[in-house]
Write a protein that binds this ligand. Structure first.
Ligand code: PLP
Length: 358
């Protein structure tokens, strides 16, 4: 009865994870209560939390030089937490503008710092990534922020910017899709509701030496040091989301880890972009080297067919293909938990639709 879900977030979760959660729902491991009903300070929940952190560290290769924080407020809260932890009012911070999420991060950072936009692809309607040698980096920036995967525009970096200032990355829609070298980053943050687990949880991976320099006015709940000192339990954390993220991490390890996910994700994305490019009916605006593995926006040759396309897709068991409200068209988000069979089914539907309407 489950259908293929291409939602950008909250996104599809692995079916095996949901089954496990269903089994555990009323009675977690014979303890006679649900994870949702446990004290966050109980041995059981602390065990679940520690195992999730250990598995995430293993998957991403996170060393002891980094703290891993399980916080709340979404990636959007990190737009302010980053400057409030890493710089003082008036300090210069560098940002790259590659799409809607970069813009939101920039807008928020402007409240707390002097933002220098080092490069922008707005002129190309965010269909490109500005070449690194054109970036106007500041000499004195406290950090350089970028968005490795723009969820709305479907633009992804397949290289890491080289910066003297600590590198800060909003990895909300790319984390865990392929291996990364965490050591290149000062801070990595991600809302959970794509490749990690349910909404309500946010993960922050921060180099320890960058903590402990927050401003006096930094809200306690946004202070990385406070979260680290309290094992992310300064207040009541989103325990069920944390538990479910832990199940996703175990599932990822069973799949062969991030190298195996990358192989699968590349195959899924190549198939879909390949079909779109060959179709003569659908198109994707993003320059080929920067096309996202996770979010594939596309438009139909005739936008008056959009509604028909979407209702037919829904009937065919293909859910949530509508593009973001700010850009229109379609978007297929093909995160880790979206199986290759979903991409095959989508391509079959697209072919059939193009034949009938092209
Ligand atoms: N950054 C990126 C790249 C996103 O895709 C999103 C949400 O889709 C956000 C930030 C905002 O995340 P949240 O809703 O967790 O605040």
């Amino acid at each position: 009865s489950r259908r293929f879900n291409f939602c950008a977030g909250p996104a599809a979760l692995p079916e095996a994870v949901l089954s496990q959660a269903q089994q555990d729902l009323l009675d977690w491991q014979g303890r006679g209560l649900s994870v949702m009903e446990m004290s966050h300070r109980s041995d059981e929940m602390v065990g679940i939390a520690n195992a999730a952190e250990a598995d995430l560290r293993e998957l991403l290769g996170i060393s002891d030089d980094y703290a891993v924080l399980f916080v709340q407020g979404g990636a959007s809260s990190q737009f302010s937490a980053v400057p409030l932890n890493l710089c003082a009012q008036g300090d210069v911070v560098d940002y790259v503008n590659t799409g809607q999420w970069s813009k939101k991060a920039i807008k928020e950072a402007k409240r707390f710092a002097q933002v220098n936009v080092v490069a922008s692809s707005e002129d190309s309607n965010f269909s490109t990534i500005p070449a690194f040698d054109s970036w106007q980096l500041s000499d004195n920036a406290k950090y350089l922020h970028y968005t490795p995967n723009e969820t709305i525009g479907g633009v992804e970096f397949f290289w890491t910017p080289d910066s003297n200032a600590p590198l800060v990355a909003d990895m909300s829609s790319t984390i865990l899709s392929r291996p990364i070298d965490v050591n290149k980053f000062g801070v990595i943050y991600a809302g959970a509701q794509k490749n990690i687990g349910p909404a309500g949880l946010t993960i922050v991976i921060v180099r320890k030496e960058l903590m402990g320099q927050s401003r006096d006015i930094t809200p306690t709940m946004l202070d990385y040091q406070t979260a680290a000192d309290n094992d992310s339990m300064y207040n009541t954390p989103p325990t069920f989301s944390w538990y479910l993220a832990g199940l996703v991490f175990k599932w990822l390890k069973e799949q062969g880890g991030l190298t195996a996910m990358e192989t699968l994700n590349r195959r899924k994305a190549d198939k879909l972009y390949g079909y779109i490019d060959d179709s003569g009916f659908y198109s994707n605006p993003v320059e080929k080297p920067s096309r996202s593995l996770m979010n594939v926006p596309f438009v139909l040759a005739d936008s008056s067919l959009d509604k028909t396309f979407l209702s037919g897709a829904d009937e065919a068991g293909l859910l949530n293909l509508k593009g973001h409200r700010s850009v229109g068209g379609m978007r297929a988000s093909i995160y880790n938990a979206v199986p290759e069979a979903a991409v095959d089914a989508l391509i079959d539907y697209m072919k059939d639709f193009a034949q009938r309407h092209g």
